[in-house]
Unconditional design. Structure first.
Lengths: 180, 182
């Protein structure tokens, strides 16, 4: 019970102090779960990241559930996940009322008009980072272009594109051409 | 009823998101626009809010859309929906994760999924860009937007913190908005 509570508190702290989520959370998880608590070893953190990346869902949630379950089973997983979710949930709940109250103000409209152009730049940077890290063999490039064309030109639903391309990757692996 | 729809929609979004941060954006766009819960401008506005508040983007946006669409019960349903697939899959995987890591199917799926996410985010970027630079209110605002974007991109690629990029864009937006009487 004390471990479960510690998991909840630690992940609430991680959730509260990570801006942007995902990969931004990994160093903090490392500090809290490896160095301060000793819940997972330094090598295991690599496993945590690899698994969080290759399973569906946000990386932050995946990492919290995984570490929670390693430390204290299903109850630990539930506590860690609730911990990482709760701070943002409460903060956004509060902000949603403020946004509604102020979004019609002239200054706020102007601010968001400027912000939208800025966010575009942030998305571009994220895209470039992902592109740099991705393999660029013929298969990957074909998938990139195919997914782009399907979404941008043919307006195919994103879920359908993801399901098809994931299946293509699996099929290719079993066809024996993929180098593991 | 709308709560059930929120739960199920965000459940699907959670189930098909691979990777962190903006990997979820194309799915949010597809699903949320199809439901008419928010328009593109509102989604982009909220990205800025999410970058400036703690916590994962996934939780932030599902809480927000749920709350705006169906109050606090909506927020709970959407957030539970986005979390549940991760939670369930990880509990299963944690039981035999050594096997999972060496699985050929998982490895193969990821070789397909990583480039997919890139193609989809590029498509999102294009559609959002079209909206941001649309000369609906005349050419001057569109050109100012382009200027803000160029400056923001310069800062972003020099690894300035997103909050810093957002704050500057907001300041220019307010100044230009009043100056041009948009």
């Amino acid at each position: 019970m004390r471990t479960a509570w510690a998991l909840f508190l630690t992940f609430a702290k991680i959730g509260l102090f990570t801006f942007g989520g995902g990969y931004a959370m990994i160093p903090l998880i490392q500090r809290e779960a490896v160095e301060n608590r000793g819940w997972v070893s330094q090598e295991d953190i690599l496993d945590v990241v690899a698994i969080a990346e290759s399973t569906p869902g946000p990386i932050a949630i995946n990492a919290a559930t995984f570490i929670g379950s390693r430390v204290a089973g299903r109850r630990g997983a539930a506590c860690a996940t609730l911990g990482v979710v709760l701070p943002s949930f409460l903060i956004i709940l509060a902000i949603s009322y403020a946004l509604e109250a102020f979004e019609h103000l002239r200054a706020v409209r102007y601010a968001f008009w400027g912000i939208r152009a800025g966010v575009l730049a942030l998305i571009l940077r994220a895209l470039c980072n992902l592109f740099r890290q991705c393999r660029k063999d013929a298969f990957s490039v074909a998938i990139m272009l195919g997914a782009f064309a399907a979404a941008a030109l043919l307006k195919v639903n994103a879920i359908a594109v993801i399901a098809c391309c994931g299946a293509l990757g699996v099929a290719r692996a079993y066809a024996g051409r993929a180098k593991p | 009823m709308i709560c059930l729809d929120l739960f199920w929609t965000f459940f699907r979004i959670g189930l098909f998101t691979f990777g962190g941060g903006y990997a979820m954006l194309p799915l949010i766009q597809s699903e949320v626009l199809a439901h008419g819960w928010m328009d593109t401008a509102q989604i982009v506005n909220f990205i800025a809010v999410s970058e400036s508040t703690p916590g994962p983007f996934a939780v932030n946006i599902s809480t927000y859309i749920g709350r705006v669409t169906a109050g606090i019960p909506g927020a709970v349903c959407a957030t539970a929906g986005v979390v549940l697939p991760s939670f369930t899959v990880i509990l299963i995987v944690a039981a035999f994760y050594a096997k999972f890591r060496r699985s050929r199917a998982v490895e193969g799926a990821m070789t397909g999924l990583r480039p997919t996410v890139i193609g989809l985010i590029a498509a999102s970027l294009l559609s959002i860009g079209r909206e941001v630079f649309a000369p609906g209110a005349g050419w001057v605002p569109a050109i100012v937007s382009l200027g803000i974007f160029a400056l923001a991109a310069l800062l972003a690629f020099r690894r300035k913190h997103p909050i810093c990029v957002i704050a500057l864009s907001a300041a220019i937006g307010v100044a230009a908005g009043y100056a041009l009487q948009l």
